[in-house]
Structure formats: C-alpha cells, structure tokens
Design a protein around this ligand. Sequence first.
Ligand code: UDP
Ligand code: MG
Length: 182
Amino acid sequence: MESSCYIGGPGVGKGTQCTRIAETFGFTHLSVGDLLRKEISSNTEYGAMILETITKGKIVASEVTVKLLKTAIESSETDRFLIDGFPRSEENRVAYEQIIGIEPEVVLFFDCNEEEMLKRVLHRNQGRVDDNVDTTMQRLKVFEAYTLPVIRYYSQKGKLHKINAIGTEDEIFERVRPIFAK
Ligand code: UDP
Ligand code: MG
C-alpha cells in the first residue's frame, strides 16, 4: 500500500485538487472530512460527537478518524490512497502511523493566507455547519496550533511539498503535477 496526504487550512482547495490528482494519477481519494460527515448523516454511534466537534471547529479524536480511515482503506480494492485533510495534528499522525503501519510517501501542503481562506469558505455554499465566520476563525486557530507542527515534522523528513494555493484551479493543478508525474 502507498499513501499521500494533502493538508492545508479550511477552504484552501484540498477537495478540488485531490479529485483531479486522484483521477489523473490513479489514486483512491479519501476525504476524512467527508468520512466524518457520512457518520453524522447515518447517525452512527459517533455521529453526535462528530457533529459537535465539527461545529466547534475542533479535531475529532484520532481513535475515531483512524478507525474510519482503516475501514475505508481495507474495503477498497485499490492500494494507492490520497488522503485529504489528514493528519491534522501530531496525535493524528502518530495514530495513523501506528495503526495503518506506514508513513505517507508524499505530503502536500497547500499554502494560503487567512483572509483568502475565510473568503473561500464563506462563498462555497455547500451548506456545511462549519462554514461560518465563528467556526472558521476557530478552524484557523486549530490549524496553526495543531496542523503546523505536522507540516514541520514532514518538512524535516524531506517529504513535504509546499504549494502556493492562490491561483486558478488549472494553475494550481500544474504546480502539483510535477510531484506525481515522475
Ligand atoms: N475533521 C477532523 N479530523 C480530520 C478531518 C476533519 O476532526 O482528520 C473535522 C474538523 O472538525 C474539521 C472538519 O472536520 O474542521 C472539516 O474538515 P474538512 O477537511 O472537510 O474541511 P476543509 O478543510 O476541507 O474545509
Ligand atoms: Mg475539504
């Protein structure tokens, strides 16, 4: 099995670019945010806790997210995964590596300023409970406090690819392409 991870702040374009990367380079795209939202809509045992955590802009316990990821990976017939929006904290990263047993080969970091992220979140109209000013400000704080250390970790390991997330969808995809087109 092989995995790459895609991280970046809220609304930075992870989902959009992951879809294109997955199609072009043959990955199975797993969005952890989408896996969590699926738990909420199917009212599973974790649904209420996940809804509360997402509404507050906080990070769901690794125990839950890694379990969901593991199930998705195991039930897939493929063995190349592009993991979108994860790991979001050092705790997430360690839990993933312990439970899944591998480290991602490539980590993409979408870099964008906060004003632009806030603007994109407020304009995407997907009806998400967390796409409002208060929750997004909280998500930006959580990103700085918990996700930046993960970015630093992968950078020190030489796995991080930092991509400027300002531009058109096509422009950004052209920045990503050389990383996978080897
Ligand atoms: N989330 C989480 N752990 C993850 C991924 C997502 O707890 O590994 C929660 C968290 O509350 C986050 C929300 O789900 O704010 C939305 O995540 P998603 O990646 O869908 O948001 P995006 O960054 O794409 O706006
Ligand atoms: Mg997303």
